[in-house]
Ligand binder design. Structure first.
Ligand code: ATP
Ligand code: MG
Length: 561
């Protein structure tokens, strides 16, 4: 097998026999893999219909449409996290197209940038976004079609009840249809994902069918994903974390994925409490795995702090029962990791990934999860650190370079950028500065051009200083960055969001929640003198993108630098 669809097909074959769980839960309903595949075939029929030939764009640069096969045409998918979204992606793959998940949260200009940049020929959108998407599609000469609602798929296709020949025959007819996807080769592009845009305009990253398959295999193996698992999914589906870690890999492993339509702190705690009531037995549909970005865990803890003691005890108890909790997309501060462990008993599994290769480094499922590190290379992934002089180091600091079966094929329409991103041997340059600890665990020091500051001849890591400042009682969140300075090149500046109670106390005394003097004297025995911030700003919040990341270029602009 070399495509994810072929694997799905395998799962289907065996699933009907031994009741593989693979399913999606949304809006309190459960949709089996068979229903998802049936819905994908509906999408496939739409994409390759005569109607599409007449209305679709016949521009060869956008791929041929309406011939029963899309030959790499790009198809935008617009749907909230739902079974429809999954059917949109699978249907596009079955038809030989390239899925481009489009973010509903993007401002219109950004959405149009992505649609134009990826030369989308078609947009598949659910009913709620259809009017809006129709108007946007016209602006980029794309055809907009309705993504059919999956509730219209007959419920008798249910592998949980493999009762009759009827089911078997519908399975085999589905398999015959899927077999026509044999025209798709492993090297063919399957997905274009846009980077988070933390350091510039989002770039389109092309993933192949083969790459996607190896990634879901790697993740399932490393984190022990299994058919008994049920994931609570609260992440956007336009980035690798939500798409691979929390959707494709679980589906590949036969797990159940349950979508929470919108991130809600109380909703998540409640779902865990429902899963594991303290005085009753475990719920049949209990959540077993959760993955999130650091800001989600911060907010979950704030939610926890505002509960009454009984609810806190029920919440802690239920969270403890999950099998695995993971974190990534940006650095996990160690006070957050410690507090989470106190409250839930879970040592968060921190891992490191990137749109360009999905996941590469991870703390272990079994074994020591070390705070402040992102662990070691995942199975079949190779990582090395290259110093500025181009020499590899096993002890020093340098740029992390990755080789993996899941490396992207190219940056969409940016051949020069693609070429510049690789070194000899096919290792990809991540742009992140890293080092190892004594046991070979990787430590991310930050993005070379945003988090690494040059202060009077020293190279400093903003992430390292942030980690220390977060230990301060008053500090809820912080961002450290270098601001230009004539004498030193750059000076260390800290933007701090004080904790609510510290803010209230300070207001009562009409004093600032934290002063530079106080911070400096507190930092003295924790940071080398040249690492101590010399400028301090107190803000109410930090601007973050959908993945909870802070764009330091934007921060510098806001500070007038
Ligand atoms: P753009 O490339 O458009 O600037 P981006 O790099 O934020 O955006 P992503 O591909 O979503 O887009 O993010 C990858 C980056 O996220 C990595 O290069 C790294 O800097 C950061 N990152 C991911 N996981 C971690 C982690 N566990 N700790 C620290 N940083 C992380
Ligand atoms: Mg990037």
């Amino acid at each position: 097998t070399h495509t994810f669809m072929e694997v799905v097909q395998e799962v289907l074959k065996h699933g009907s026999a031994n009741g593989v769980r693979t399913a999606i839960r949304a809006d309190k309903k459960s949709y089996s893999l068979l229903q998802l595949i049936a819905a994908s075939l509906d999408v496939h029929n739409i994409l390759c219909s005569k109607n599409m030939t007449q209305n679709g764009i016949q521009d060869s640069s956008k791929g041929k449409i309406g011939t029963g096969f899309l030959h790499g045409a790009r198809v935008g998918i617009v749907a909230k996290p739902s079974p429809e979204f999954v059917a949109g992606v699978f249907g596009t793959w079955l038809s030989g197209g390239v899925a481009v998940p489009l973010a509903l949260s993007y401002p219109e200009a950004e959405l149009l940038h992505v649609m134009n940049d990826s030369d989308i020929s078609m947009v598949l959108s659910t009913k709620e976004h259809h009017e809006n998407m129709k108007n946007l599609s016209i602006k980029c000469s794309a055809y907009c079609s309705l993504l059919p609602s999956i509730t219209s798929i007959p419920s008798e296709i249910n592998p949980q009840e493999p009762s009759s020949n009827e089911v078997t025959s519908s399975v085999s007819s589905l398999i015959t249809e899927i077999n026509s996807s044999k025209k798709i080769k492993g090297d063919d592009p399957a997905l274009i994902l846009y980077t988070s845009g933390t350091t510039g305009k989002p770039k389109g990253v092309v993933h192949t069918h083969k790459g996607i398959l190896s990634q879901v295999q790697i993740l399932s193996e490393a984190w022990g994903y299994q058919s008994e698992d049920q994931f609570l999914h609260c992440l956007p589906l336009v980035h690798v974390h939500g798409l691979f870690n929390a959707l494709f890999a679980p589906l590949y492993s036969g797990s159940v994925v349950e979508f929470i339509p919108k991130f809600s702190v109380s909703g998540i705690w409640q779902r865990w409490r429902e899963s594991y009531p303290k005085d009753a037995s475990k719920n049949d549909e209990a959540i077993t795995v959760f993955t999130g970005v650091p800001t989600m865990y911060t907010r979950l803890l704030q939610g926890y702090d505002s509960m009454d003691p009984d609810q806190q005890s029920a919440s802690s108890y239920s969270a403890k029962q999950l099998r695995l909790m993971m974190c990534g997309s940006s650095a996990l501060p160690s006070p957050l990791m410690k507090r989470w462990e106190e409250v839930t008993g879970h040592r968060l599994l921190e891992r490191y990934g990137m749109t360009e290769f999905v996941m590469a480094l991870s703390n272990p499922l079994h074994g020591i999860r070390k705070e402040g590190t992102v662990g070691k290379p995942l199975p079949r992934v190779e990582a090395k650190i290259i110093m500025e002089d181009g020499i590899e180091t096993t002890t020093g600091v340098g740029e992390l370079c990755i080789r993996s079966p899941s490396l992207f094929k190219e940056y969409w329409k940016r051949p020069e950028v693609t070429a510049e991103s690789f070194i000899d041997g096919g290792f990809f340059k991540t742009g992140d500065t890293v080092t190892f600890d004594e046991e070979g665990y990787f430590i991310i020091l930050g993005r070379t051009n945003a988090d690494i500051m040059k202060v009077g001849g020293y190279k400093l890591s903003a992430l390292e200083i942030e980690a220390v400042l977060l230990e301060h009682d008053t500090v809820l969140e912080c961002a450290v960055l270098g601001l230009p300075d004539e004498a030193y090149g750059e000076v260390v500046c800290a933007i701090i969001v004080p904790k609510e109670d510290a803010k209230k106390m300070a207001e009562q005394d009409s004093k600032p929640a934290l002063t530079l003097e106080a911070l400096t004297s507190w930092s003295k025995d924790k940071l080398a003198p040249y690492k101590i911030p010399t400028r301090l700003y107190l803000w109410d919040s930090l601007p973050r993108n959908a993945m909870g990341k802070v764009n330091k270029k934007e921060l510098k602009k806001l500070l007038g630098a």
